[in-house]
Design a protein around this ligand. Structure first.
Ligand code: GAL
Length: 661
């Protein structure tokens, strides 16, 4: 077995040789060497090539590819190839096709067309996984197993009868009795009381709003059933291919919320993720940084793998602009700055046919004689120089709490405002901290908060008593805790905590909210010198200091921002979404109180993080501005491969990774 490439940031991507004749494979090897590729993810969508008919396996081509990669010293992240069934399988078992909320079957012809609860699909997938593990477990090129691909990206939620049956089994395990289910789901409302398990269905298309806890539990079920699937594949690999790390690629992008990755992370031998720049976002680079900090949070602070990103355009957005010269390097290192030790891409060679023929790749349609491929080679050279950084940790004194289940509940049916997007507030706070050079770990509310000086609790609508308790304990022990509006509202069954909002945090914050006042689109309320949008609340200060009040609108004169000292720390409350300037000003106060500072003084559009380890520390500087910038630092810049100091100059869009002296 080949160890995961070390002594360098591993660099490579998805390799799909079945799309090309053999002579191209030889050119691939030559070009991979030229580019400094050190790993590939192989066979993600190869099932129909590996098993062209039931139980008839064709591994000769894969043997050849594995052999070639080994000869060329390229490590293989070998896929179990179970992401998409071959046509013969769906033709023989149409019952494994997923069904949407309206009851429409999703037909073969694309990818990931399988029902997450299908035992038939699982059996076939495990059979293929077994074959692959038996054949390649001791192959010298094998360095990692890549189970399936981006679980849940397209095939959940599925509302078919098999999912219905699986959901009932899951509910029985969770609740034990129909009465307990009725209690948890609040079925006294709208005559929804169940008297037998078989009356419970997936939350299919209904006349009007569905029961929110029914919806919430269905999301939990769909995430769990896929996690079971992953575990079943992993168990085969662990048994037949011991010692080889196993991963599946997450999607920690802002828009993906179908799986509870906090539940999944512990089962990964190494956490890996995919990230693509969404160009319709207002702050795409801040979103990239959030994704990295969330992935690191999922990895428990350990280094992680960026399994996929793109050298240039994707092909799945309405308009797909190419990346600027230098952006591939900048994007890649922006992930390394947040803890990635591997930089992978989709895909090695741009397809000439199929749905992704206009998606960029390491080798573009233009071929190796292209600016893009020359950039790829430069990136490979930089990745090779960054080896000393691998294994080091990103320093962060701030935790931002993030919970997929709170997100699911907050985006349930019939909420106070459909304008509230769970991701918006954590992303905004993270962006403003990043603009101040402050790095945050994005972690689950149940994470150990002991080491953080500042804990940010954005729109944590649903929270357990236990997690609310540990957040309060963090404040008591000395952290500055910032809670924002619409937090602490409900229990894990999504039952509102009575007696005034924000239920779970009322005592910690020393205040009470009797009514929520969400704001109409475009509406603003004056708060001190700034403006609040989206949301406001009628806050009564019980045992807290009022920092800002509303000065316009129906809540004029009422508290908007408060602070309560508790133990060694303090708990701050923000009942509206302040504009960037006012919110930034508040963060300046909070970070000063927490004594949290940036690792270096940088101009506002230079991103800064520090990784440190046993053999040193490295300052990552990413110039996100269109102007040249400079930062005071002395050391060795691994990107330009030379000494710098007392300042480093950064051209527009340039990156420096300075080993500090
Ligand atoms: C990912 C997927 C890849 C490819 C890529 C395109 O979601 O894993 O197979 O489709 O997106 O951006």
């Amino acid at each position: 077995m080949r160890p995961w490439p070390s002594g360098r940031v591993a660099f490579g991507g998805d390799y799909n040789p079945e799309q090309w004749p053999r002579e191209v494979w030889l050119e691939d090897m030559e070009l991979m060497r030229r580019a400094g590729v050190s790993f590939v993810t192989l066979g993600v969508f190869s099932w129909s090539w590996l098993e062209p008919a039931k139980g008839e396996y064709e591994f000769a081509w894969l043997d050849d590819v594995m052999g070639l990669l080994h000869e060329n010293e390229i490590a293989v992240d070998l896929a179990t190839a179970t992401a998409t069934p071959p046509p013969w399988l769906s033709a023989a078992h149409p019952e494994l096709l997923p069904v949407d909320r309206q009851g429409h079957t999703l037909w073969p012809g694309s990818r990931q067309t399988w029902c997450p609860s299908s035992v038939t699909y699982r059996d076939y997938a495990l059979a293929l996984t077994t074959q692959l593990a038996q054949r390649y477990h001791d192959h010298p090129a094998l360095a990692m197993w890549h189970v399936s691909n981006e679980y849940g990206c397209h095939n959940i939620p599925c509302y078919c009868d098999r999912c219905g049956a699986g959901f009932r089994r899951w509910l029985e395990q969770r609740y034990g009795s129909v009465d307990a289910l009725n209690e948890a789901w609040g079925t006294a409302f709208w005559s929804q009381r169940y008297t037998a398990w078989d009356q419970v269905l997936p939350p299919r298309l209904t006349t009007t709003f569905a029961n929110p806890t029914h919806e919430l539990d269905y999301r939990r079920y769909q995430s769990d059933v896929l996690l079971d699937f992953f575990r079943a594949e992993k168990a085969v690999l662990t048994e037949l291919s011991p010692g080889v790390p196993v991963t599946t690629n997450f999607m920690t992008l802002r828009h993906f919320d179908k799986l509870d990755y906090h539940q999944w992370a512990a089962d990964q031998d190494v956490v890996s993720t995919d990230h693509y720049i969404v160009n319709t976002l207002q702050h795409p680079r801040a979103e990239l940084a959030f994704s990295g900090d969330l992935t690191r949070g999922l990895a428990g602070g350990r280094p992680w793998l960026l399994m996929e990103h793109s050298t240039s355009a994707v092909n799945w957005q309405p308009v797909n602009p190419a990346k600027d010269p230098g952006q591939t390097l900048r994007d890649s290192l922006a992930h390394v700055a947040r803890g990635a030790d591997t930089v992978g891409f989709f895909q090695w060679r741009q397809s000439r046919s199929g749905s992704e023929k206009f998606h960029s790749a390491l080798v573009p349609h233009a071929g190796a004689d292209s600016a893009r491929f020359r950039e790829v080679c430069e990136l490979g050279a930089v990745a090779a120089r960054l080896g000393e950084v691998c294994g080091s940790r990103v320093e962060a004194d701030v935790a931002i709490l993030w919970d997929y289940q709170a997100r699911w509940a907050a985006s349930g049916p019939a909420m106070p405002s459909s304008l509230l997007d769970y991701a918006a507030v954590p992303h905004t706070l993270h962006r403003l901290l990043r603009e101040r050079g402050i790095t945050a770990d994005v972690v689950h509310p149940s994470a150990d908060l002991a080491g953080y000086r500042l804990v940010v609790v954005p729109t944590l609508y649903l929270v357990t008593d236990e997690d609310a308790g540990s957040i309060a304990a963090a404040a008591h022990a000395g952290a500055q805790v910032v809670v924002t509006f619409f937090s602490g509202i409900s229990t894990q069954d999504d039952h509102v905590r009575l007696g005034g909002y924000p239920g779970a945090f009322r005592d910690l914050l020393g205040l009470r909210v009797e009514e929520l006042f969400p704001l109409m689109p475009q509406a603003q309320v004056a708060v001190g010198d700034g403006w609040g949008t989206l949301w406001s609340e009628d806050v009564t200060a019980v045992d807290c200091e009022v920092l800002e009040t509303y000065t316009s609108g129906p809540l004029a004169g009422r508290p908007a921002v408060t602070r309560r000292a508790t133990g060694e720390g303090a708990a701050w409350y923000l009942s509206t979404l302040l504009d960037d300037e006012a919110l930034g000003g508040l963060l300046d106060r909070v970070t000063a109180a927490a004594q949290v500072t940036a690792p270096a003084q940088v101009p506002s559009r230079v991103e800064v993080t520090r990784r440190s380890g046993q053999n040193g520390s490295w300052l990552f500087l990413v110039n996100d501005s269109g102007d040249p910038q400079q930062v005071a630092v002395t050391g060795y810049d691994l990107v330009s491969d030379g000494r710098v100091g007392p300042t480093v100059k950064l051209a527009p869009g340039a990156v420096a990774v300075v080993r500090e002296e």
